[in-house]
Design a protein around this ligand. Structure first.
Ligand code: NAD
Length: 249
């Protein structure tokens, strides 16, 4: 028996990095997966890479009309949704003193507002026992130079997991956060650093991680499968760090 047999799952931002790796593992574990992203070309490539049991819906998480369209599609095609991996997100560097309103709004609109309304608008589709996994970050509990706005969004995400566990208590819906450490993905090229700067950052981080290396999207995906599946049936409201020990010491 596979871990997610007959489950219907949504992964926002499922066309790249951690989301794409998770979509592949969800399908391998027997789920039918909906992925979202903003660009159709990248969604089409992801659908091809995942291979089967996947539908892509072009949808910007920070746009509430897009979310309505997304859930109308899932409702019409499946009637319900068992698993949400609210994963879409990202951030750019901006030190205090150089933070613009646009930088603040963009980061919070995707990472906080988008994640909140993804979950809220999905609620009518969730059966008892559904599992919600929120992608936070070790940045929820650690400081990073010039990354305060991103980090604040991830602290908010961690808080959502704690609070929504209570709001969804009567429906026996579990809500957990996953907090990846340093995991190089295409997202690193969007932070606002050159390729050389990204590599220097990754190398410098590796030496601070107890396991002596950075992580891979597949290693995060395995932990998301755990939180999404009945293997974690008594795990609720936690922040699961998958960081090689970086934020634990
Ligand atoms: P990535 O850039 O490869 O993937 C981000 C995904 O989010 C992409 O599919 C992108 O299309 C999607 N996305 C971004 N904005 C969107 C929007 N407005 N609407 C819909 N989709 C949108 O990066 P990743 O590293 O795989 O990041 C995935 C998540 O993991 C993010 O929430 C990120 O903050 C979190 N995270 C990543 C790391 C890491 O080291 N890679 C560490 C901690 C947390």
């Amino acid at each position: 028996m596979k871990k997610l047999e007959r489950k219907v799952a949504l992964i926002t931002g499922g066309n790249s990095g951690i989301g794409l790796a998770t979509a592949k593992q969800f399908v391998a574990e027997g789920a039918y997966v909906y992925i979202t992203g903003r660009r159709q070309v990248e969604l089409d490539a992801a659908v091809e890479a995942i291979g089967k049991n996947v539908t892509a819906v072009q949808s910007d998480v920070s746009n509430l009309a897009d979310l309505d369209r997304l859930f109308a599609t899932i409702k019409q095609e499946q009637g319900h949704l068992d698993i949400i991996f609210a994963n879409a997100g990202g951030g750019q560097i901006a030190p205090l003193g150089a933070i613009t309103e646009e930088h603040f709004d963009k980061t919070f609109n995707i990472n906080v507002k988008g994640l909140l309304f993804t979950v809220q608008k999905a609620l009518p589709l969730l059966p008892e026992g559904a599992s919600i996994v929120l992608n936070a970050s070790t940045a929820s509990v650690k400081g990073t130079p010039a990354f305060s706005v991103y980090s604040a969004t991830k602290a908010a995400v961690r808080s959502f997991a704690r609070n929504w566990t209570l709001d969804l208590k009567e429906r026996k819906i579990r809500v957990n956060a996953i907090s990846p450490g340093v995991v190089p993905t295409p997202g690193y090229n969007l932070i606002g650093l050159s390729d050389e700067q990204v590599q220097a950052f990754v190398d410098s981080q590796a030496s601070t991680i107890p396991l002596g290396r950075v992580g891979t999207p597949d290693e995060i995906a395995k932990a998301v499968v755990f939180l999404a599946s009945d293997d974690s049936s008594f795990v609720n409201g936690i922040e699961l760090f998958v960081d090689g020990g970086m934020a634990q010491i």
